[in-house]
Design a binder for this molecule. Sequence first.
Ligand code: COA
Length: 181
Amino acid sequence: MRTLETDRLTLRAWRREDAAALFDIYSRWEVARYLGSTPRVLETMEQAERAAQRWGAMDDQLYGVWAVVTHEEDRPIGSVLLKELPLSGDTEPLQPSGDVEVGWHLHPDTWGKGYATEAAARVLRHGFDGGLEEIYAITYPENGPSQAVCRRLGMEHLGPTDRYYNVTSELFRIRAADLAS
Ligand SMILES: CC(C)(COP(=O)(O)OP(=O)(O)OC[C@H]1O[C@@H](n2cnc3c(N)ncnc32)[C@H](O)[C@@H]1OP(=O)(O)O)[C@@H](O)C(=O)NCCC(=O)NCCS
């Protein structure tokens, strides 16, 4: 996957040796509580090692889960992701929807600095440069901080949906021209 740069951040592949940093982020309920259809924290280092390995092994020119690191320290402070959204349904695994989502998860010590918005803006640019016409974000209705990131990015609030992940979410969308403006 491509390494992406911003003024303050590098977005790079997750590595096996990032497992401790990954565990420190995803073992926290305040990070995990709004992720996926059945939110749960990581409980063991082994789970963190598997996640670092799985995300790091994603080798796609467009999609991925990037580790977010600051230019000061090469220890991940979170993730930013670009992936296909799964349709709600009763299949296992869920079927692809053809829609693409952007997402962000940061260590609480690094909230309030604009890092999520900065990283996501770079990943949106990467997605649009790669040919996507529109990108969605879905948030739990009560996840105000994540909805604020969507708004800072210039994403349009489309309202509630149960189209993805078998959950009811607030849906946001941005088109290439909206990011440029
Ligand atoms: C969602 C989440 C990433 C938001 O983090 P965040 O730090 O609030 O968002 P940003 O990185 O955009 O930072 C914006 C804040 O930084 C402040 N800020 C400080 N310096 C800044 C700078 N140089 N540039 C921009 N903003 C800056 C802004 O004023 C804003 O503060 P405010 O919330 O008090 O208004 C974070 O809450 C999180 O990781 N939650 C857990 C995971 C999660 O729920 N993910 C979303 C699933 S849908």
